[in-house]
Design a protein around this ligand. Structure first.
Ligand code: UD1
Length: 434
């Protein structure tokens, strides 16, 4: 059954919100935990969103034993990993499931993983991942929609990644951790989630240096072991609540974030007139004088993240003046049609959106096209006059933990109608006590 949000706009968000663990870090780290042939990893701060659930269910089908305990910690025992073919019915839901390729190849010497298809933010190829596996000595073919790769043992190699890619960097780090010899990733992604993965892997016994710079060196080791680890907090969720506070004219303290991870977005938000009082692990955000137009270009970390482009555009719809946003990573402007239904004045020319600020957005029925578009439409609806119905919200559950509970606690008026898959999915992963 599908579900929708019904949002009555106009309430300024006020109070405190606690940011959850990073979805993108969690997906990489959960998969990495399956590399251990010795001991169990226990992960804290893993968000209960459906992408995490999907990754857990895929790993379980590959033989990995895992469950969430009553405290919400995820226990992962990789010793049973024994299936080399990842199931299409689950893999198709999420592109990050391609991370299983690196783990299967390096642990079992064989991986058959469905190629992720196109998605709502355009074509998302995995050619860099595949080239990296080949350079590490794997025989790779594409057959019947699957990448089929095999090797006796992966060999360390020097891999230049054509364009900074988070997914490729993660997948090759996973593969190289148990390879023979040293792998050097040139033009590696520098995102905090890559650094988080490197810290986790090093804790498991890997030898990785340079994560956070564009050259990462991975000296392969014989084996890895399970550890306890706490995932970093989600910088995109934090940025979304900062924008929600600003667009509704409220004042919100966003807690449990890493300020350093949000340096560029905060500079641009301040340029837009948003006041950010900075504490140690928290910020208090308001926009007492409204928003001003700004120009922004998305780019890999430490630049302005593409994942915040959509919530930013939603906020700029109500700014004074004309903003210009250039999206350089993905084809991510389809949701703009839905913002227009709410009265926004946005024109898209190829990879550029030109946003003329309007005085007021008005509630309307709208449809979500992808995860971050969902966040954008939700915050637009919170600021709009009247009632907005947002359809297709299962997509939001992929990456925002307890979204409506958090917004309601801040005084926003949001209701979920019909049922959702979240509870059903997580019931499969709970610890069963005899
Ligand atoms: C990750 C994030 C996603 C974020 C994106 C960019 C996860 C689970 N997802 O996605 O939230 O929006 O980084 O910060 O961490 N490319 C190729 N060939 C490849 C791989 C990538 O052409 O083999 C291109 C992509 O189409 C894109 C660019 O490289 O234009 C960057 O993509 P990448 O960083 O790999 O994105 P993801 O890892 O999929």
């Amino acid at each position: 059954m599908s579900s929708r949000f019904v949002i009555e706009g106009g309430n300024p968000l006020k109070g405190e919100v606690h940011i959850s663990g990073a979805k993108n870090s969690s997906l990489a780290i959960i998969t990495a935990a399956a590399l251990a042939e010795d001991g169990v990893s226990v992960l804290e701060n893993v968000p209960h969103d459906t992408d995490v659930a999907t990754m857990c269910l895929i790993l379980r089908r590959l033989g990995v034993n895992l469950f969430f305990d009553k405290q919400g910690r995820l226990h992962i025992d990789g010793r049973g990993l024994n299936q080399h073919q990842a199931p299409y019915d689950l893999v198709r839901k999420m592109r990050a499931s391609f991370y299983t390729a690196g783990v299967l190849l390096t642990r079992l010497g064989r991986a058959e993983v469905p190629l992720p298809g196109g998605c709502a933010i355009g074509s998302r190829p995995v050619d860099y991942h595949i080239r990296g596996f080949s350079q590490m000595g794997a025989d790779v073919t594409i057959e019947h929609g699957f990448m089929k790769a095999s090797c006796r043992k992966l060999q360390g190699a020097k891999v230049y990644i054509n364009r900074s890619s988070v997914g490729t960097t993660v997948n090759l780090m996973l593969a190289a951790s148990l390879a023979d010899g040293t792998t050097t990733l040139e033009n590696a992604a520098k995102e905090p989630e890559v650094v988080d993965l490197a810290i986790f892997l090093n804790g498991m016994g890997a030898k990785i240096r340079g994560a956070g710079t564009d050259v990462i060196r991975i000296e392969g080791v014989e084996s890895l072991h399970g550890i306890e680890y706490s995932v970093i907090s989600d910088r995109i969720e934090a940025g979304t609540y900062m924008l929600a506070a600003a667009i509704t004219g409220g004042e919100v303290t966003v807690k449990n974030l890493v300020l350093e991870h949000l340096r560029s977005p905060m500079i641009k938000l301040e340029e837009a007139g948003i006041v950010i009082e900075k504490g140690v692990n928290e910020v208090t955000v308001s926009a007492p004088n409204g928003l001003r137009a700004i120009d922004v270009e998305t780019s890999p970390y430490p630049g302005f993240p593409t994942d915040l482009q959509q919530p930013l555009v939603a906020a700029l719809c109500l700014a004074d003046g004309t903003s210009v946003i250039r999206e350089t990573i993905f084809d991510r402007f389809r949701y703009v049609d839905e913002l227009r239904r709410m009265g926004a004045d946005v024109k898209v020319e190829r990879e550029t959106a030109i946003i003329r600020g309007v005085k007021q957005l008005t509630g309307a029925p709208v449809e979500i096209t992808d995860l971050r578009a969902g966040a954008a439409l939700t915050i637009a609806a919170l600021a709009a006059e009247g009632r907005t119905e947002i359809y297709g919200i299962d997509v939001i559950d992929r990456g925002y933990e307890h979204l409506e509970e958090k917004i309601s606690a801040l005084g926003g008026c949001i209701m979920r109608e019909h049922t959702t898959e979240v509870t059903d999915l997580f019931s499969h992963i709970q610890e069963v006590k005899a």
